[in-house]
Design a protein around this ligand. Structure first.
Ligand code: 9L3
Ligand code: MG
Length: 156
């Protein structure tokens, strides 16, 4: 019986380890700064409750086997129904309190018209509109990206 108890314990602890990715390297989240006509697209999160109504650069988790670019292209297709071309990084990576690592990338629209399929709303922001945005209305993880976004739009 001791053998069976030990086997059960081994299986249970391994299953628990597999379920908690935080035991591995941090999971990557990618976000897109889609710039068009001198403006950047921000989307208003629908969930979780503490982030609902706050603006973010749209995107999501990188799944196994994906590059940052393929994950971001998939996320924008799912969230906004548009095809993008991913360019270089913008801003510094952000370490999320829950262990996620966030990376922002510049992107251009290839086809389709973005729509808030999974967000409460979306809006194109000029540099001036970004500077007037109350940071309390921005997802905390994305706040540090705003100054560099303004600089990119000033150059665009
Ligand atoms: N997150 C923060 N800022 C962003 C994005 C796209 C995501 N610009 C955070 C919110 C969630 C996690 O990363 O805690 C996963 O994002 P999602 O898959 O819920 O979009
Ligand atoms: Mg998302």
């Amino acid at each position: 019986i001791a053998t069976f108890v030990t086997m059960g314990w081994l299986i249970a602890t391994r299953a628990a380890r597999g379920a908690h990715r935080t035991d591995d390297r941090p999971q990557d989240v990618v976000a897109a700064a889609i710039v068009d006509d001198g403006r950047v697209l921000l989307a208003q999160r629908a969930h979780p409750a503490e982030l609902a109504g706050k603006w973010e650069l749209p995107g999501g988790r990188v799944e196994s086997g994906e590059t940052h670019a393929t994950a971001l292209t998939r996320e924008i297709r799912e969230e906004l129904g548009a095809e993008i071309e991913v360019a270089g990084r913008i801003g510094a990576e952000v370490t999320h309190p829950n262990g996620l690592m966030l990376y922002a990338y510049r992107a251009r629209l290839r086809s389709g018209t973005p729509a808030a399929l999974e967000h409460l709303d979306m809006q194109w922001f000029s540099a001036d509109e970004l500077r007037r945005l109350d940071l309390d209305d921005v997802v905390p993880a994305d706040r540090d990206w705003i100054p560099e976004l303004c600089a990119v739009l000033d150059d665009a």
